[in-house]
Design a protein. Structure first.
Lengths: 159, 428
């Protein structure tokens, strides 16, 4: 399957990806309307600092989103059975109609890639932008730090 | 190969999925005394508060067992009463015998009911399964006041649910603070304050000493300090004990739960156990322990299933972990959060009362994290959990652990090249 990676040496922590992601997952066309939304539109990609010291050019950061893990801890922890790995695409899918907002997935996600929509009691995470050819965070990244690469599970080599 | 699985819940489901991933042909027979299709009992509190519909309780699709090619027998008749280790056979209440090459025991646990309580009285409930939930739901419309015995996770979840259903709810806790298996007195104080604000009152260091009835219906309770509370519902949430009865009279070893090794195998090489009934290795306690938790059950079931099908896989171990929401106040805790002997540990606290944030980390003499409390801000909880699971030496960055900005990026910083490698190689 394809996974999104961030080249840490290229990321400026400008947060263009976060804005593009929030916009892509809102029901509105424009950023202004998205920001006015009361339902708590949130990005599913998170800019995190590796080093915060120094000038902008020396900052090291990355934009992290769901890794679509091989043995997803979130799916194991989900008490409603609403998180599953799609056997065909390898993607981890959250069924919002099942989610009760217990945050068991946040409790175990090793990269902190899941956030909450507290108003709706729903867990939010990267869905690889299913309707787009290229995920919106990648399109938005001005330094081409974000890339999508075919990723071969280490498990596939074993079997 | 003939697989036989007892129980139809968290542990058994994930065992079935693990077995079928590697073996689509062997026979899997499953027995459960519960009739309702596979559901999540953790959601029952959401069901009685009318937050979710009955359909939402289903943990997998209704076709799960057919799709997985599992021969499922449900109902009281299929309660497994006896295990014959020599004959490799399990006998049910209706005297039917099921033979196996490999057996998995996922019988879970049952609520502990205090002697002073008679479940035959209308209005008195234990809260474990869907049948209990249905009875509570029936009683809710004619209830003004409820009393919950027990200030543990299930007690508080139940109290919150009854409160949401519009019932005035009291919690009777034997200890001097609630959630004592999960958190410390300081954080429990904040949680109690929040519960009180929602009109859930807690009585500490008290117990129900007498049940008051009228026409064999619950009318109220007398507490150990003499106070009387009129109520129509009493829920006993005094913890659970593992359903180990099936191995009674066999050579299989048990302590509190059924003892299992790193492969979730019992002392009999063809018999496995997983979930609430199993006593498996605990990473933090560094010994076998029962962790009666959904996530542990799922993980242990998976390990058991893989080993039953010949995919040798060892269990990293369980960790006590819980997530609970009190209104908008979130709480997650891991491991040992309130050590009895402080001198063995280093304890760091980030307390921001004005923001309702209380975070704590307990670090052992070996510089490994033994326990965590995250109250009021649970983001990145799993990143911290991964440090416990991987037994990371945190001495270089322990001061940063409770910073609101501690996240996966910091892990890359302190983990250096090898951590970066893990990220780019997608080793999750
Ligand atoms: C109200 C409530 C809320 C909870 N909330 C949480 C939570 O938020 N987070 C969390 O981690 N955990 C929670 N738990 C605990 C969690 O539900 C359990 O840890 C989990 O269900 C354990 O799964 P299991 O597969 O081991 O066994 P169980 O779920 O106990 O299932 C065992 C099944 O086996 C059947 N059975 C038992 N003996 C026999 C026999 N001899 N023959 C045939 N069938 C038998 C039982 O009837 C039952 O259906 C909660 C529990 C309750 C009751």
């Amino acid at each position: 399957m394809k996974r999104i990676y961030c080249k840490i040496e290229k990321c400026l922590a400008c947060r263009s990806c976060e804005i593009a992601c929030a916009l892509a997952h809102s029901e509105y066309e424009t950023l202004v309307d998205t920001l006015r939304d009361q339902k708590g539109v949130k990005p599913r990609v998170h800019v995190q600092f590796v080093d915060e010291e120094g000038t902008l050019r020396k900052v090291r950061a990355l934009a992290i989103q769901c890794r679509h893990c091989d043995e997803p801890l979130c799916a194991q922890a989900c008490i409603s059975g609403g998180i599953k790995k799609d056997e065909e695409t390898g993607e981890i899918i959250v069924r919002l109609d099942k989610c009760v907002g217990c945050w068991s997935c946040i409790m175990v996600c090793p990269t902190g890639a899941i956030s909450k929509n507290e108003n709706m009691h729903q867990a939010l995470k990267c869905d690889n932008c299913p309707d787009k050819e290229i995920p919106s965070c990648i399109v938005a990244c001005p330094t081409h730090a974000l890339i999508q690469e075919e990723y071969d599970s280490p498990q596939n080599h074993e079997n | 190969m003939n697989f036989l699985i007892i129980g139809n819940s968290a542990a058994s489901t994930s065992a079935i999925e693990a077995i079928r991933k590697h073996d689509s042909t062997s026979s899997i027979v499953q027995l459960s005394d519960e009739e309702f299709p596979l559901y999540s009992r953790c959601l029952l509190s959401y069901y009685i508060s009318n937050t979710i519909k009955k359909e939402t309780l289903l943990y997998r699709s209704k076709d799960f067992h057919r799709e997985m090619n599992v021969e499922l027998y449900t109902g009281k008749d299929f309660y497994a009463t006896r295990l014959d280790v020599e004959k490799k056979e399990v006998i049910c209440k209706n005297n039917r015998a099921f033979s196996f090459d490999r057996l998995l025991i996922c019988t879970g646990s049952s609520p502990r009911i205090p002697n002073s309580i008679d479940e035959g009285i209308e209005g008195i409930f234990a809260f474990r399964n869907i049948a209990d939930a249905e009875r509570i739901l029936e009683k809710i419309p004619v209830t003004r006041t409820a009393v919950v015995m027990g200030g543990g996770l299930i007690g508080i979840k139940t109290a919150l649910a009854l409160n949401t259903a519009g019932i005035r709810t009291f919690v009777v806790a034997r200890s001097n603070y609630i959630l004592s298996q999960m958190i410390d007195p300081s954080s429990a104080q904040i949680v109690s304050d929040h519960l009180r604000e929602q009109d859930i009152q807690i009585f500490f260091e008290t117990d129900v000493s007498e049940v008051l009835t009228r026409n064999n219906k619950l009318a109220g309770v007398r507490l150990s300090d003499g106070k009387i509370i009129d109520c129509e519902i009493l829920v006993a949430a005094k913890g659970v004990s593992p359903n180990t009865g099936l191995i009674d009279g066999t050579s299989i070893l048990k302590d509190y739960g059924i003892l299992t090794d790193a492969f979730m195998r019992t002392s009999n090489e063809n018999i496995f156990a997983a979930g609430d009934v199993a006593q498996a290795f605990d990473i933090v306690l560094e010994k076998q322990a029962v962790n009666a938790l959904w996530t542990s059950a799922v993980q242990q079931g998976r390990i058991a299933g893989l080993n039953m099908v010949g995919q040798k896989t060892s269990y990293n171990g369980a960790i006590g972990m819980n997530s609970l929401n009190i209104g908008n106040l979130s709480l997650i805790s891991f491991g040992i959060t309130h050590p009895i002997d402080d001198s063995q540990y280093k304890v760091l606290v980030n307390n921001q009362p004005q923001r309702n944030i209380y975070k704590k980390v307990v670090i052992g003499a070996d510089n490994r994290i033994k326990g965590i409390i995250l109250l009021g801000n649970n983001s990145n909880a799993g990143v911290l959990l991964s440090l416990i699971q991987r037994k990371t030496d945190v001495s270089l960055f322990e001061e940063e652990l409770l910073d609101d900005r501690f996240n996966f990026g910091k892990l890359l910083k302190y983990g250096g090249e090898s951590e970066m490698d893990r990220y780019y190689k997608g080793m999750y």
